[in-house]
Ligand binder design. Structure first.
Ligand SMILES: Cc1cc2nc3c(=O)[nH]c(=O)nc-3n(C[C@H](O)[C@H](O)[C@H](O)COP(=O)(O)OP(=O)(O)OC[C@H]3O[C@@H](n4cnc5c(N)ncnc54)[C@H](O)[C@@H]3O)c2cc1C
Length: 473
């Protein structure tokens, strides 16, 4: 047994069958197997003596199936795989997967730094089906704290209704984010108005739609707009693309801009007062809520080709527009009430179907209900997340609860980025073992994000919002 850096028991000795009804016992139980908990499973596999179990409700690994377009590429280089940026010698790297599939030579000639999402999913499926700690068809329904045993009790159920309980010294939530539907349109949700996360499930149903509207201009919105546009010739369908953003803007992809997705920036951001962090993130939308230059080019190429000879390309692209309300008409059409922000004008837009590419938000999973009263929520009902991704809990809880991809408000825009996944997993493993399960680099960016050491400045004390303290940073 080892102690973690804040003195809590972490433990590296696995014990199984810990008493009646208890089931198995693990040092670490992960809820959800998306890329982030899978990275943790892969890196935990190399830590001697650490027992881990990861539970996923789906029957096998899937990665955003509703948006799995054939040609869609990863927006990060393949090195942002499960382990490489921490341990390129791991047997769970993307290159190891290629070797296993006998695809190293074709990959070498392809010179493809950004692989398709389909191949990335296949890679993750390969890893998750070989890692002994991954258990599928296991929906976690409850995470409770058993004070008498000083263990979390994680209850999960399979598709056949079989219910099991395991004990965990520590729990890591990797449940991903949830699609956001604007409240003003939630009552319309169905086959004709749906979130982009389910786009491919609904695509066939759009076949007869003469007018389709896409709302939102992140990468998903752009991919959906392009796909709807390709789905029918201009004479048969008009596609409208509305977004509240001031422009259909490219994702920041310059080399120094990308340094916002480094551990260095994460550390800097985490050290800022909460009020400053909350102000900063929305202003950084172009770092993570914009569109890849390739997709913008594909869209422009298509519109250009369609407009040859002065033809109508069959599309309207209108930024700066907020959809304020919607209603379904008796004719089955959808009426959207819109406001052009800069022009200060209201208008109505009639359409046959609406795809809401309106983003994702951190979720508070229902399985957490039994321990919610033990979580020290911040004033906005969010987790307080320590530098090592540990959630602040009541002092009576001696185990740790970690989160992955639920800490944008404390760790910055890199939280959902695949490039930081392996590093975050290693941080968690180092915290759990109280040592250096993985050696991590001191410096990861050329940019110095903070003030120079010793610089005197006015800082806002995070514990007393609005209170100015003279201090040193
Ligand atoms: C279409 C799309 C493409 C993206 N592409 C990129 C990219 O190229 N590069 C990049 O850096 N980022 C990308 N992202 C952002 C981000 O990296 C991904 O969203 C990533 O999947 C997040 O991983 P995750 O592990 O947090 O969650 P998820 O992938 O959502 O996985 C969470 C898993 O938890 C399971 N789960 C939830 N609740 C339970 C429960 N109670 N019990 C058991 N299982 C449960 C879910 O079934 C799911 O499988 C993309 C996002 C989207 C939507």
């Amino acid at each position: 047994m080892t102690a973690s850096d804040d003195g809590r028991d972490a433990g590296t000795d696995a014990r199984h069958g810990a008493g009646p009804g208890a089931g198995e016992e693990y040092d670490l139980v992960g809820v959800g197997i998306g890329p982030f908990n899978l990275s943790l499973a892969a890196l935990a596999d190399g830590v001697p003596g650490l027992s881990a179990l990861f539970l996923e409700e789906r029957p096998e690994f899937r990665w955003h199936p509703g948006l799995m377009f054939d040609d869609a590429r990863l927006q990060v280089p393949f090195l942002a795989d499960l382990t490489s940026l921490v341990d390129p010698t791991s047997r769970w790297t993307f290159l190891a997967y290629l070797r296993d599939r006998d695809r190293l030579f074709p990959f070498y000639f392809a010179e493809r730094f950004h692989v398709t999402r389909r191949e990335y999913e296949d890679y993750c499926r390969w890893a998750s089906s070989a890692l002994p700690s991954c258990r599928f068809d296991a929906r976690v329904e409850a995470v409770a704290w058993d004070a008498a045993r000083s263990r979390f009790v994680v209850e999960h159920v399979g598709a056949a209704g079989d219910r099991r309980r395991v004990l965990a010294r520590n729990v890591v939530l990797g449940v991903g984010t949830e699609p956001v539907v604007p409240p003003s349109l939630a009552h319309l949700a169905g086959d004709r108005v749906f979130h982009a996360a389910r786009y491919l499930d609904h695509r066939a149903g759009l076949a007869g739609a003469r007018d389709v509207t896409v709302v939102g201009s992140g990468q998903s919105g752009a991919e959906v707009f392009l796909d709807v546009l390709r789905g029918a010739p201009a004479a048969e369908r008009h596609v409208t693309w509305l977004t509240a953003s001031p422009a259909f803007a490219p994702m920041e992809y310059s080399k120094l801009g990308l340094e916002h997705f480094t551990p260095d920036y994460t550390r800097f951001f985490r050290g800022l007062p909460a009020a400053v962090r909350d102000e900063l993130v929305p202003g950084q939308w172009q770092l993570y809520k914009a569109i890849s230059a390739e997709t913008i080019a594909d869209i422009h190429d298509l519109l250009y080709d369609r407009s040859t000879g002065g033809a109508d390309p069959g599309a309207t692209l209108r930024p700066g527009v907020v959809v304020t309300a919607g209603e379904a008409g008796p004719d089955g059409r959808i009426l959207l009430r819109c406001r052009h922000e800069r022009a200060g004008r209201e208008f109505e837009h009639r359409t046959d179907a609406v795809v809401l590419a309106t983003g994702y938000a951190a979720r508070r999973p229902p399985c957490l209900a039994p321990v919610e009263h033990l979580v020290d929520w911040d004033e906005r009902g969010r987790y307080r997340v320590a530098a090592d991704y540990r959630v602040a809990l009541d002092a009576s809880v001696t185990g740790s609860l970690f989160v992955q991809n639920a800490e944008e408000h404390t760790h910055g825009v890199g939280a959902p980025d695949l490039g930081l996944g392996a590093w975050r997993s290693a941080r968690i493993l180092n915290a759990l073992t109280g040592g250096t399960a993985y050696r991590l680099p001191e410096r990861t960016a050329f940019t110095s994000f903070g003030a120079p050491p010793g610089a005197a400045t006015d800082v806002v004390d995070a514990r007393e919002p609005g209170h100015l303290t003279r201090g040193r940073t």
